[in-house]
Write a protein that binds this ligand. Structure first.
Ligand code: FES
Length: 107
C-alpha cells in the first residue's frame, strides 16, 4: 500500500498507509491529522490546503483553475500548494510528503 507522510504543525513527521483512490484529505481524516476539509472535498473551501514537498510537485501536478481560485484564500500559500481533497493517491505517489500550513518545512 502507498505511504504518505504528513508534516504536522509541531514539526512531527507522520507516515501513514494511504489506500489508492482516497484523497490526501480523506487519508488525513483516517489518521486524525489536523486537516479540516470543511466542504467534504467539493472544491468550495480551502481548509484542506497542504504544501507538497517540492520534489514531488511534478508528479502530483498543477492545480486546476478552480482549485487555484480556492487556493488564493488559503493561509501560508506556497508555490507547491494544493488542496488535499484534489490529490488522489496512486502507486506513483507512494512516498509522497506534504506539510500542513504553518508547519516547519525542512526539505
Ligand atoms: Fe473543501 Fe478540499 S475539502 S476544497
Amino acid at each position: 500500500m502507498p505511504k504518505l507522510t504528513f508534516i504536522e504543525k509541531d514539526g512531527n513527521h507522520l507516515e501513514v498507509d494511504a489506500p489508492k483512490g482516497l484523497s490526501v484529505m480523506e487519508v488525513s481524516h483516517k489518521h486524525g491529522v489536523d486537516i479540516e476539509g470543511a466542504c467534504g472535498g467539493c472544491l468550495s473551501c480551502a481548509t484542506c490546503h497542504v504544501i507538497v514537498k517540492p520534489d514531488w510537485f511534478e508528479k502530483v501536478g498543477e492545480p486546476s483553475e478552480d482549485e487555484e481560485d480556492m487556493l488564493d484564500l488559503a493561509y501560508d500559500l506556497e508555490k507547491t500548494s494544493r488542496l488535499g481533497c484534489q490529490i488522489l493517491i496512486t502507486d506513483e505517489l507512494d512516498g509522497l510528503v506534504v506539510a500542513l500550513p504553518g508547519a516547519p518545512k525542512e526539505w
